[in-house]
Design a protein around this ligand. Structure first.
Ligand SMILES: NC(=O)c1ccc[n+]([C@@H]2O[C@H](COP(=O)([O-])OP(=O)(O)OC[C@H]3O[C@@H](n4cnc5c(N)ncnc54)[C@H](O)[C@@H]3O)[C@@H](O)[C@H]2O)c1
Length: 464
């Protein structure tokens, strides 16, 4: 997102103004100058990190919701313990637990909701929360499929809510610097982008042996709009787990593989650097499957990398396996490569600056400063991108107050999710197709409209 002069001036004046809520913006029970009240839905490992951050923001955490009793009770205890040790921030004993998110959304005193469930729930809960008048921080990828991305983008506008997608690389200086160098022409005209992350999703497989259901887990509500598959403790690990559960992420029914996992970060940065936040590719070109790919039935016989997205003007973006850098921009005059804590810029054959690890010498800040000082000078630094203050969660809270679009708002997060799903779809369907980034449909008689939505439709009442 580019910060326009008007938005900049509005932001600047709001930053210095006293915080008074516009009437009827937040929950009916929230009075001017009250701290916004916040609920968490989905209390797995990512949510714990987010909670640790949001507790320090200007919000009061009042509700913890998870279909798993152990994680729900652990969440409430974390909030209470925090308020016991930070009495200036809140009062222990006021945070309530919920199994069903609809009971949270029905509360008239809740203003903000953080959603960190597995991806197949994101769109349904986000839209329901916005319809109930809540602003939403929803984890990435914003949705499970393309149909849902369009629905969330429309709903945020219909309900006039603030939405932040958890693609927090946009709040890190190395990614901002990379995108600004690219957007300001410092490596010439961009011809190609490499995005490096793991493979696509895989067909669902039930566990070979029956796994006894964990007591206190509402498995039906965990599965939601996806098919009610056999309970599997790899999909929903028991207890308070300290690892990222990869099995639901890699499963066709609940996630979109690494395309939606790391792709939601690195494709998002590509989209930022290319200035494509309001647009998308016009062509998706399938990857050739090797004999090894074809033989691997567990992975669905799918290629694992190599899909190419083509943008207007012939710019190409290729998905490659994980590498040191997540996103690499190739311009006519040089390259900019970036990942978390890593940065490199070249011009022709000259290395301008590089930092990937301590052994390289120097520091990340030093490498960024050197490139910025040399290339983002007064005469060239025309496009200034949105720089968050205090990080991604803080940006969400500030935007909920100011009513200005968040850094990873519905269009940014929705478009990034579409990139992830176009990439994954090409592997899953083993197909090339043309794409209309305005209508978000297949073009020129290619593709199949059915691929945009959940295969086989949604279960029960959970249609998006
Ligand atoms: N921004 C990042 O860098 C980042 C990093 C990791 C994960 N994530 C995202 O965060 C989300 C959660 O990932 P995770 O690794 O924490 O997964 P997880 O499986 O550890 O946690 C998900 C939690 O949601 C709960 N849940 C499932 N259905 C629910 C429902 N209907 N209502 C309430 N709770 C429900 C589960 O019981 C579980 O506790 C995913 O979308 C993931 O992509 C983002």
């Amino acid at each position: 997102m580019t910060t326009s002069r008007r938005t900049f001036l509005k932001r600047a004046s709001l930053a210095s103004a006293p915080f008074i809520l516009p009437t009827r913006i937040w929950a009916a029970d929230t009075k001017p100058n009250d701290k916004p009240r916040m609920a968490f839905i989905g209390l797995g490992i990512q949510s714990r990190g987010l909670l640790g951050n949001f507790l320090h923001q200007d919000v009061t955490v009042v509700a913890m919701c998870d279909v798993d009793t152990t994680r729900r009770e652990d969440g409430i205890k974390r909030v209470d313990d925090f308020y016991k040790s930070h009495p200036d921030k809140g009062i222990p004993g006021n945070c309530k637990g919920y199994n069903d998110f609809r009971d949270v959304l029905a509360r008239k005193d809740i203003d903000l909701v953080c959603i960190a469930t597995p991806d197949h729930w994101h769109a349904y809960i986000t839209i329901a929360a916005m319809a109930a008048g809540k602003d939403v921080y929803c984890e990435k990828p914003l949705t499970y499929n393309i149909h849902e991305a369009a629905a969330v983008m429309a709903a945020a506008k219909r309900y006039k809510r603030i939405l932040q997608t958890g693609a927090m690389q946009r709040s890190s200086f190395e990614f901002l610097t990379a995108a600004e160098l690219v957007r300001n022409g410092c490596i010439g005209t961009i011809k190609h982008v490499d995005c490096n992350f793991g493979g696509p999703s895989r067909p669902h497989a039930d566990p070979k042996e029956e796994i006894p259901m964990e007591p206190g887990l509402d498995w039906d509500l965990w599965c939601g709009g996806a098919p009610l598959v056999k309970y599997n403790d790899k999909l929903s690990p028991r207890g308070v787990h300290n690892f990222f559960p990869m099995v639901w992420r890699m499963n066709d029914l609940f996630g979109s593989g690494y395309c939606g996992d790391w792709g939601a970060h690195h494709l998002d940065i590509a989209q930022w650097g290319l200035g494509m936040d309001q647009s998308g590719p016009v062509k998706v070109i399938r990857a050739e499957r090797s004999e090894k790919d074809k033989a691997n039935t567990e992975l669905g016989g799918r290629a694992q990398s190599g899909v190419v997205l083509e943008f207007a003007g012939g710019i190409t973006l290729k998905h490659n396996p994980f590498s040191v850098f997540g996103t690499i921009f190739h311009g006519t005059e040089g390259t900019v490569s970036v990942n978390r804590g890593k940065f490199e810029m070249t011009r022709g054959t000259e290395l301008i600056s590089r930092f990937t690890k301590k052994e390289d010498g120097g520091s990340l800040d030093g490498a960024l400063a050197k490139a910025r000082k040399a290339f983002l000078t007064d005469s060239t630094y025309k496009t200034k991108l949105y720089k968050t203050k205090g990080g991604h969660p803080a940006d969400f809270v500030a935007c909920a107050k100011s009513r200005l679009p968040a850094c990873s708002n519905e269009d940014v997060g929705g478009r990034a999710a579409i990139l992830c799903h176009l990439c994954n779809l090409s592997y899953v369907r083993d197909a090339s197709f043309d794409w209309d980034p305005v209508k978000n449909t297949f073009a020129n008689g290619t593709g199949n409209a059915g691929w945009l939505a959940r295969d086989g439709g949604y279960r029960k009442k959970w249609s998006v």
